[in-house]
Ligand binder design. Structure first.
Ligand SMILES: [Zn+2]
Length: 167
């Protein structure tokens, strides 16, 4: 029966055999809160929200967790386009071109064109939102789980995921 204790085998770097290794999440958290050394880098996502600049060491950037892909922004864009299409339809059926004197009797083809373009274009952001949502529920979860279980060697910088095999 193989040993199922990744805590022990995880502390030894498989590259340089140093025992000075830390979990990736710990390296990242320590680096994110450190302001005294390392390059000042505006990390993607974390520093972008709210305008705060988070100083991170290069080490913690390497140890950063996998980023989720945006769902809401794409979904919102799709909704905006659908609303734009509906507005175009309403203007087509109930509005009239400014150069025509009789309101409601002549339908402006530009408005119908606008509506069709909006409805067609709205498919793209909805597909992107769906695709990103699928990624976040499958691939991202696997990547994040792997990140949680990974270790970084403080001597050579190797990142690895301890296997459960005995040494
Ligand atoms: Zn090492």
């Amino acid at each position: 029966m193989p040993s199922t204790n990744p805590q022990v085998s995880g502390h030894i770097c498989p590259n340089c055999h140093s025992d000075d290794a830390r979990s990736l999440s710990m390296v990242f958290q320590q680096g994110s809160s450190t302001h005294s050394f390392g390059a000042l880098v505006a990390g993607n996502g974390i520093a972008g929200i709210g305008g705060d600049v988070v100083s991170q060491t290069n080490l913690s950037l390497r140890a950063a967790p996998p980023q989720k892909k945006s769902e809401f922004v794409w979904f919102l864009l799709g909704v905006v386009l659908v609303i734009g299409g509906c507005v175009g339809l309403v203007l087509f059926f109930f509005g009239s071109p400014p150069d025509k004197p009789d309101p409601g009797s002549v339908h402006d083809p530009i408005m119908m064109g606008l509506a069709v373009v909006c409805f067609l274009l709205s498919v793209l952001p909805f597909m992107a939102a769906f695709s990103n949502a699928k990624y976040n529920r499958t691939d991202w979860r696997a990547l994040h789980l792997r990140w949680m279980q990974s270790w970084m060697c403080m001597r050579c910088g190797l990142i690895w995921k301890p296997t459960k095999s005995h040494e």
